[in-house]
Design a protein around this ligand. Structure first.
Ligand code: GRF
Length: 209
């Protein structure tokens, strides 16, 4: 059984997708051991509590923590719940080198575009969708990738494409990418990892399904 620690900051719809995939029996070999939010007001915490999942918030700003102290606090929590895989599901805080080194190739993130398009520092939330509309691309989507020390640059595990419609707004596109891509690929990536079917070779993630 793969113990998953989910890091959140906001509404938690991706967390909900993981919860639903576990409860529906689609994701059999993973369990959410703990949810940690960078924002104490995140609705994601409510979602965790509604499903009996331990839910904590650790705000770097509120606790006035340095990056290394914040990393250490998160590592302590993850270790106490014997977490094997860290999932960033709308997590908006920085992870330092200490944390990333500790969980090398065991941290995954969901990004709302087809990386390497529309990603990188400052490109999150509605921004990837605004840029996709502005560029006039006909396809965008979502990417699950391993996290390393650069923004959105780790090995890509899964991607799923979504049509961009002529009358799309950043809001309508964000909603469709979440529903038709994010909430599908994130649980699927966790399933593949939990079944030992993802290997990183020469900086690329390979799926052995
Ligand atoms: C999602 O769009 C995700 O791609 C991005 O942040 C948003 C989080 O949404 N990383 P939620 O908190 O999972 O609803």
């Amino acid at each position: 059984m793969l113990n998953v620690g989910v890091l959140v900051s906001g509404g938690g719809t991706n967390l909900q997708a993981i919860i639903d995939s576990i409860e529906s029996g689609r994701l059999l070999s993973a369990k959410i051991a703990v949810v940690v939010s960078s924002n104490e007001k995140a609705y994601a915490l409510e979602r965790a509590k509604n499903h009996g999942i331990p839910a904590l918030s650790v705000s770097k700003a509120k606790l006035n923590l340095s990056q290394s102290d914040y990393d250490e606090a998160l590592i302590k929590i993850m270790s106490s719940y014997s977490v094997d895989l860290i999932v960033l599901a709308g997590f908006m805080s920085m992870l330092g080198e200490g944390f990333i080194k500790k969980y090398e190739n065991r941290i995954i993130n969901i990004h709302p575009s087809l990386i390497p398009s529309f990603c990188g520092k400052g490109c999150y939330g509605k921004e990837p969708h605004r840029r996709a509309i502005e560029r006039g691309v006909k396809l965008t989507g979502a990417t699950v990738h391993f996290v390393n020390n650069e923004y959105d640059a780790g090995p890509i595990i899964i991607q799923k494409a979504v049509d961009v419609l002529d009358d799309d707004t950043p809001e309508s596109l964000q909603a469709r990418v979440m529903k038709e891509a994010e909430w599908i690929v994130l649980p699927e990536a966790i399933r593949l990892i939990s079944e030992g079917k993802v290997k990183v070779e020469n900086g690329r993630a390979k799926i052995y399904e």
